[in-house]
Design a protein around this ligand. Structure first.
Ligand code: NAI
Ligand code: MG
Length: 331
């Protein structure tokens, strides 16, 4: 099976190298079509998002992607958001769960955040009418809300989860989150077997850090989901652990939720677990169930053993040494 591969930049190439090694070790029949995007692509061919890359994703329908730097303030538009919009990847699915062996304040956290991935405040409609004023449009449509909310309920049902909570700010954002909540309440009626609940986003943040066990599946709009899913990854050990599946009807892109981490890039100390987890999710998506489970189990075993951990988890293993330990546990 052909997979589009984007190694990304910053820590991207370091962690992706290990993910690819592990994928090859599983024995799954995968061929990688590799492309640059963002700054490396700009340097190589003068285009931040080469058409051959887009064509490859259209053809293969599955991509594994490393983090890509987006300039802050000015510069080019986020490649991540452009890809999500271009391929209609309407759900960004991020599972944060406690690993045995990783010491965190709460045990047994298992929260699936389903984030709307194509619109909201990230729709890209921003302007500066004059030099003292800037404004953004927060676009919420019935169609995109229906797709992501239905996805959340379907995922809950398929995974045997009990509750879906909509996180919103409809008390202030009456029109946009009002619409999102109305769609939530309509769709919830089709799932009487699943509890539905709503929570205001700021209270949700507080409850997540005091009683995370109260949450099961969270469905929310783009910006809120971006922030909450970094928070939930913090609950289980940090950004180095959690992956994000960008799911659409015609394509899917698997990645880590973390960015290019310029502060630690090039040092071979980044935790590759999130992209390893993304690789496992990708294997699952394309039907390599046994191989997907093997990668997930190897990762769990490596944490449980606790002998080989990267610096973010208090260890001193390099990126490659950690991946070696995972590969040992695959066998
Ligand atoms: P970041 O996620 O890159 O880093 C935040 C902090 O977490 C840093 O201290 C970093 O060292 C640490 N960290 C992240 N991943 C780690 C790992 N695997 N192992 C150990 N420590 C890790 O977020 P930041 O600094 O806000 O963003 C850097 C760049 O990444 C920006 O240009 C941003 O736009 C981009 N970005 C790209 C994403 C993507 O490609 N999907 C997602 C998030 C950010
Ligand atoms: Mg983010």
């Amino acid at each position: 099976m052909d997979i589009t591969l984007i190694r990304g930049d910053g820590i991207g190439p370091e962690v992706m190298e290990q993910a690819v090694r592990i994928l090859k070790e599983t024995g799954a029949d995968l061929q990688f079509e590799e492309y640059d995007a963002g700054i490396p692509a700009l340097e190589r061919c003068g285009d931040i998002l080469p058409e051959e890359l887009m064509e490859s994703i259209r053809r293969n329908k599955v991509a594994l992607k490393g983090p890509i730097t987006t300039p802050v303030g000015g510069g080019f538009r986020s490649i991540n958001i452009t890809l999500r919009q271009a391929f209609g990847l309407y759900a960004n699915v991020r599972r944060a769960f406690s690993y045995e062996g990783i010491d965190t304040p709460f045990k047994n956290v298992d929260i699936l955040t389903v984030r709307e991935n194509t619109e909201g405040l990230y729709c890209g409609i921003e302007e500066t009418p004059d030099e003292d004023t800037a404004k953004s449009v927060r676009l919420i449509t019935r169609k995109a809300s229906q797709k992501v909310i239905r996805y959340a309920f379907e995922a809950a049902r398929k995974l045997g989860r009990k509750k879906v909570t909509a996180a919103h700010k409809a008390n202030i954002l009456k029109e946009t989150d009002g619409l999102f909540l109305r769609v939530f309440s309509d769709i919830a009626k089709d799932y009487p077997d699943i509890i539905n609940d709503t929570v205001i986003i700021d209270a949700c943040a507080m409850k997540l850090v005091t009683d995370p066990g109260d949450f099961d599946v969270i469905v929310t709009t783009n910006l809120f989901g971006d922030i909450l899913s970094d928070l939930t990854s913090g609950l289980v050990g940090g950004l180095g652990l959690t992956c994000g599946n960008n799911i659409g009807d015609d394509a899917a892109i698997f990645e880590a939720i973390h960015g290019s981490a310029p502060d630690i890039a090039g040092k071979n100390i980044a935790n590759p677990s999130a992209v390893i987890c993304a690789s496992s999710e990708m294997l699952h998506h394309i039907g390599y169930e046994k191989e997907a489970r093997a990668v997930e189990d190897a990762l769990r075993k490596t944490f449980r053993e606790g002998r080989c951990l990267t610096a973010d988890l208090g260890g001193n293993a390099t990126t490659a040494e950690f991946a070696d330990a995972v590969i040992n546990n695959l066998r």
